[in-house]
Design a protein around this ligand. Structure first.
Ligand code: ADP
Ligand code: MG
Length: 248
């Protein structure tokens, strides 16, 4: 399948007040069209730094990132604007890009309809549950028709039960819309249940420790059905041990 993203030898050193902080060291991987990739690693190892560099928001010290197409970004906080209705929230990206024309507005309305939010379009974010807000945030991101979606701990703020439902929901939407995803998470189960491949990073400076292909040999897998699969705990134990190993 076609590559949509290539990360080549990325290094990042922050210049901090009390010296340098080496965050990333020779990170290499590529992502194929439609793939779901998760990145896991110890807290503070450089995961968010890596996503920020891929998005272009953060500079890199050396290396290259090649992306084919637009990038969307979803964070832990949904960043919905409380004073805007749902409809005006999902149009925000298009307004910023000055591409809120009839065609794109129609596309957004289709997305709202398809994913059960159209009847809430005149409501305000406060009136929606955490799960629905995350879906609104996703549709706002999809409105700009990204090829690649970056998710940084996007579900961490939700309680466990809601998180299971929201990840199921979002996974199906992304597959439906054929979006390539790169997700940072500290939740091993979440990574396994959603991904085609999981990249395990070492302690800081992050290097790629291992890349696991996740294959449940199932048609139409979803996060919930993966969690029930006998292979699930095998993957979990493998990655949990890798994360637990102290250095490299
Ligand atoms: P993670 O997302 O894996 O928890 P981060 O990428 O946020 O880790 O951070 C990696 C390391 O880089 C941490 O030690 C963090 O303190 C440091 N860091 C992150 N952003 C900056 C910055 N803007 N300036 C200096 N150091 C930073
Ligand atoms: Mg982070």
């Amino acid at each position: 399948m076609k590559k949509v993203l290539e990360v080549k030898n990325i290094c990042k050193t922050y210049q901090a007040q009390n010296g340098e902080i080496e965050a990333l060291k020779n990170i290499n991987f590529d992502v194929k069209e439609g793939e779901y990739i998760s990145i896991i690693g110890p807290s503070g190892c450089g995961k968010s730094t890596l996503l920020s560099i891929i998005s272009g928001l953060e500079s890199k010290t050396s290396g290259e990132v090649y992306v084919d197409g637009e990038i969307g970004y979803m964070l832990q906080k949904d960043n919905l604007l409380e004073w805007r209705t749902i409809y005006r929230n999902v149009l925000l990206g298009l307004e910023i890009q000055k591409t809120n024309n009839q065609e794109n507005k129609k596309y957004v309305e289709e997305l709202l309809k398809k994913y059960g939010l159209y009847e809430f379009k005149d409501k305000y974010p406060k009136q929606l549950s955490g799960g629905m807000r995350q879906r609104v945030a996703l549709i706002r991101t999809l409105a700009i028709r990204p090829k690649v979606l970056l998710l940084d701990e996007a579900f961490s703020a939700l309680d466990y039960q809601t998180r299971l439902m929201v990840t199921e929901d979002i996974y199906k939407i992304l597959k439906n819309e054929n979006i390539t995803a790169i997700m940072v998470t500290h939740d091993i189960s979440e990574a396994i249940s959603m991904s085609d491949r999981v990249i395990v990073l070492t302690h800081r400076p992050a290097t790629v420790k291992q890349i696991h292909s996740i294959d449940f040999e199932m048609k139409n897998r979803t996060p919930l059905t993966c969690r029930e699969n006998p292979k699930f705990s095998k993957y979990f134990n493998l990655m949990w041990k890798e994360l637990d190993e102290k250095k490299h």
